[in-house]
Design a binder for this molecule. Structure first.
Ligand SMILES: [Cu+2]
Length: 87
């Protein structure tokens, strides 16, 4: 029983390694766009959290380590906005 708990804890610590990605986003006009992009990014596999800045035209994305930043940009583009990985 103890062993299983330790394995579970180890898995959680591996899964909690996060990466931060900055995206440059073009075409956001209003808070609805921000909401739209937040939702879009949230649907990308591996993405945990995102903060979208309307005025700055950017997004900061917290995702599981190894999540493709290209897949984030592709999703944003599919939603109708311009996107580049800022790095
Ligand atoms: Cu809008």
């Amino acid at each position: 029983m103890k062993k299983i708990l330790l394995i579970a804890m180890a898995m959680v610590s591996i899964a909690s390694a996060d990466q931060l990605t900055s995206l440059k986003i073009e075409g956001m006009m209003c808070p609805a766009c921000v909401k739209n992009i937040k939702g879009t990014l949230g649907d990308v596999k591996g993405v945990k959290e995102s903060t979208v800045y309307l005025k700055e035209g950017k997004a900061e994305v917290k995702a599981a380590d190894g999540t493709s930043s290209e897949s984030m940009c592709d999703a944003v583009k599919k939603a109708g906005y311009g996107c580049k990985v800022a790095k």
